[in-house]
Design a protein around this ligand. Structure first.
Ligand code: ATP
Ligand code: MG
Length: 580
């Protein structure tokens, strides 16, 4: 008896490991594992990512992508890409193409590409079946009238006067709708379910509407009627064999209708099931394609890929890597409660990833000339590590000579005790990766602005030599005057001035941050002349390198760069305000 309670360190450890493993599963993974254990759908796992091609993907979509593709990857399933193209008014091939590019860039692979429009015939036939079974009718009321009759969650709705029209008439009118004989908005097909149901989505939801104003980007003018989301989505999942149809929480209230439609025609054991997680919202931005489109159309940003936009292409142009974006999604996790994520966490994550990989270079933003009076000769080449202490990550050559540019702020004519950088009076300062110098004086123009700083150097203090180990209180950055290159630098800040623009009253465009873009010029070390060319485009995406400009932040080459000008975007400053 006593023995069975004995403490066994080995089994204890083992259990803790199991527990940790279990806790690290998100709630959808837990559902999937349970389904696999129970042998649901013959152990098959199939998901889909279903964007509507009416805009570019944003980081909110990435959260869904990481879930949909992630589940399939983890459980040996398949994730298909399905374009939810049921509204030709807003959709376009431009968006279809960009969505594929962005998903591939993020590093995910889909099984097949499907389109809801692939199922238009099947869905239409199914709708006719609904009509024949007395489960759908043609309503001739206006959208306003239909809305008025919906009732409220506590009051039942009012039945349409067309609700009980004969089946034959419904069939004839649906055909007339599709034939283009009925004007847009004059008729809709509604499911005949329950006008008193506490779930408002059951109060005779619209299944089909007429759209003749726009051709469809794939089916052209074949169709004059188009299915609504609720009627198209679950059926498309079913036609494809989706097992786990994962979406965001606003669809919780749609789930009973999703199941209802499937119940009407399902045969066999297989059925798709819908699960929901919390949307991603980030402070100081908007996460809606509709609003982003407005910003683009009205020229309030430079395009979908404006580096201030929360779109995947915007983040990419801003210098975010797929690793950084996916690490961020990993950090925030999946829950069943809506919330708001601090923009600081996204910025913190990109710093964390670029810190490991971005080569360091000197860039001088507010240059003043430094002349090293005792330096003789043509100059020399200094070999500097791309990332200090990591010779395996490569080196670059820096030209060093008598005349350099340093930051204006790194020199003070009358430096006080707390100023550890250049100032006459004997203090030693190291030039990054080069020599130790001492300021001797400066020259000013008529207005009193410093035009040149003078210094002497110690020839025995070169970094990498024995004398290079001598410590100084500070190190300053520099570029050599003749070999350095001018660059345009775009400094970005948050797109909106207030934390949650979507929660504010009034027009969201009035809340834009007027100081979200500042353009300055800087002088960069000559090694970056190699970047002065139009960036190579692979699979529709410009390949642009990331750098850390020492003391200034992370920067990326902008695709506006060509063989005449060098343009950089600031990805993030070095200062990290993120607190756990
Ligand atoms: P928007 O409101 O920006 O147009 P949407 O939900 O209409 O977004 P869809 O193209 O229909 O965009 O979305 C495709 C998938 O991405 C859906 O499964 C949707 O739930 C998911 N998704 C969209 N926005 C977010 C978000 N902010 N966070 C997480 N998932 C999202
Ligand atoms: Mg949508």
């Amino acid at each position: 008896m006593k023995n069975s309670f004995q403490f066994s360190p080995f089994s204890f450890q083992f259990n803790v490991m199991e527990l940790v493993e279990e806790r690290s599963l998100n709630f959808i993974e837990q559902i999937v594992e349970k389904d696999l254990q129970e042998g649901k759908n013959d152990g098959r796992i199939q998901t889909r990512f279903p964007p509507e091609p009416n805009g570019y993907l944003h980081i909110g979509h990435v959260k869904a992508i990481c879930m949909d593709f992630g589940i399939a990857e983890k459980y040996n399933g398949v994730c298909n890409l399905r374009f939810d193209d049921t509204n030709p008014v807003k959709e376009d091939v431009e968006y279809v193409d960009s969505i594929q590019q962005d998903i591939a860039w993020l590093g995910f692979k889909w099984g097949n590409i499907y389109y809801a429009s692939d199922y238009f015939q099947q869905l239409y036939d199914l709708a006719i079946e609904f009509i024949k079974q007395g489960k759908a009718y043609i309503d001739e009321q206006t959208a306003e009238q239909i809305a008025e009759q919906k009732g409220t969650p506590t009051e039942p709705g009012v039945a349409s006067p067309y609700r009980d029209r004969p089946i034959e008439e419904n069939l004839r009118l649906f055909q007339a709708m599709q034939n283009g004989e009925i004007e847009d908005g004059k008729m809709v097909l509604r499911a005949k379910i329950d006008m008193a149901n506490p779930n408002m989505h059951f109060r005779d939801p619209i299944m089909y509407r007429i759209i003749t104003t726009h051709p469809h980007h794939r089916t052209g003018r074949t169709w004059n009627v188009y299915p609504m989301y609720d009627f198209a989505h679950g059926q498309s999942d079913y036609f494809e064999g989706v097992t786990h149809s994962i979406c965001t929480l606003e669809f919780v209230v749609h789930r009973p209708l999703y199941d209802y439609y499937i119940d009407q025609f399902i045969t066999g054991d297989y059925r798709p099931r819908q699960y929901e997680f919390n949307r991603l919202n980030i402070t100081y931005t908007v996460m809606s394609k509709r609003k982003m489109l407005q910003l683009v159309k009205e020229g309030l940003v430079s395009g979908w890929d404006d580096p201030r936009m929360p779109t995947v292409c915007g983040l990419r142009r801003r210098g975010y890597t797929p690793e950084a974006i996916r690490a961020f999604i990993d950090k925030i996790g999946y829950t069943k409660v809506e919330g708001m994520i601090d923009l600081g966490l996204l910025e913190h994550t990109v710093r964390e990833t670029l810190k490991e990989t971005a080569p360091r270079v000197c860039a001088i933003f507010d240059p003043v000339k430094l002349v090293i009076t005792n330096y003789e000769g043509e100059g020399e080449t200094i070999v500097a590590e791309n990332i200090d202490g990591h010779p395996e990550l490569g080196t670059r050559e820096m030209k060093f000579a008598k005349e350099l540019y340093i930051e204006r702020g790194d020199f003070q004519e009358e430096g006080d005790k707390k100023f550890f950088r250049l100032s006459p009076g004997g203090r030693e300062v190291r030039l990054k990766a080069a020599y130790i110098i001492q300021a001797t004086g400066c020259e000013k123009d008529a207005e009193g602005n410093i035009t040149t700083v003078y210094a002497t150097y110690d020839p025995d203090s070169k970094s990498g030599t024995e004398g290079g180990n001598r410590k100084t209180k500070s190190t300053i950055n520099w570029v050599e005057c003749n070999s350095c290159v001018d660059a345009e630098v775009r400094l970005y800040d948050r797109l909106f001035a207030c934390e949650n623009p979507s929660a504010e009253e009034g027009d969201f465009r009035d809340l834009l941050n007027p100081d979200s873009l500042k353009v300055v010029n800087c002088k960069i070390e000559g090694a970056l002349k190699a970047e002065m060319k139009t960036p190579e485009v692979v699979d529709g995406i410009a390949k642009c390198n990331n750098y850390q400009f020492l003391k200034h932040g992370y920067f990326v080459v902008d695709p506006d760069t060509n063989n005449e000008k060098l343009v950089f975007n600031r990805t993030a400053s070095l200062k990290d305000n993120w607190q756990k």
